[in-house]
Design a binder for this molecule. Structure first.
Ligand code: HEM
Length: 200
């Protein structure tokens, strides 16, 4: 039964690139609303092994951890700098914890990105992926400094400013990486739109 559904024909909405199963075809494209006359049959261009691993969405999931931690660390720091008496132990304590695990999450995002890029494009030396590697290295270096700055003497103003600079560099790299990544999301799979890890 499972095999049958895997072999179900796929259709693509040519103008917007949304891909759906034959059984899901309606009168209009669920994504852009154009009538079904614009649909045409869609053929998977990737081997099912590669496609299965990519559909685990390891990288798109992994990147959320460093981004969330970083935003939290910076927020806690800025609040503490502006309002030093507002729950300093809680804010700086939580920032300490987040700072200690932050580098691991950046490394995990980096590695999952390399795997994702290799599977999707067969090479990680294309111009955009090279750019992503460079920014990932800078982000990793900034992330490695973070725990030292946080754990050494977070109550000291110089440490707080250094941490703010370091975190801002990591945040800038994260934004550049996210922008570049977003543009890579729907290519290499024939323009298919993915929802919740499934390609329709
Ligand atoms: C810490 C490092 C990295 C961060 C923070 C990051 C961030 C992101 C983000 C935010 C996305 C879009 C995900 C979404 O919108 O759900 C993305 C996608 C992507 N990134 Fe990265 N990235 C990193 C490293 C890398 C590296 C080193 C490569 C490969 C050389 C890479 C290749 C890709 C690819 C191929 C996509 C498209 C993913 C897909 O469609 O499954 N990334 N990245």
């Amino acid at each position: 039964m499972k095999k049958e559904s895997q072999e179900e024909k796929l259709y693509i909405c040519k103008p917007c690139g949304y891909v759906m199963k034959e059984s899901e075809l309606g009168e209009v494209c669920p994504a852009c609303g154009l009538p079904k006359k614009v649909f045409e049959q869609y053929k998977e261009r990737m081997s099912s092994g590669r496609s299965k691993i990519l559909h685990l969405d390891m990288h798109p999931i992994a990147v959320h951890f460093p981004q969330t931690l970083l935003v939290f660390i910076l927020q806690a720091l800025i609040i503490n700098l502006i309002f030093p008496n507002f729950f300093p132990e809680v804010l700086l304590g939580a920032a300490r914890f987040a700072g200690a695990i932050f580098p691991f999450t950046v490394v995990a995002a980096f590695i999952s990105g390399l795997i994702d890029g290799k599977l999707r494009f067969k090479s990680v030396t294309t111009p955009i992926l090279k750019k992503k590697i460079i920014y990932s290295v800078i982000m990793t270096i900034a992330a490695l400094f973070t725990p030292f700055l946080i754990w050494n003497d977070i109550d000291n103003l110089t440490s707080k400013i250094s941490l703010l600079i370091c975190g801002s560099i990591a945040l800038f790299c994260g934004i550049v990486l996210g922008h570049a990544g977003k543009r890579l999301m729907n290519i290499g799979m024939g323009g298919a739109v993915k929802i919740w890890g499934r390609k329709f």
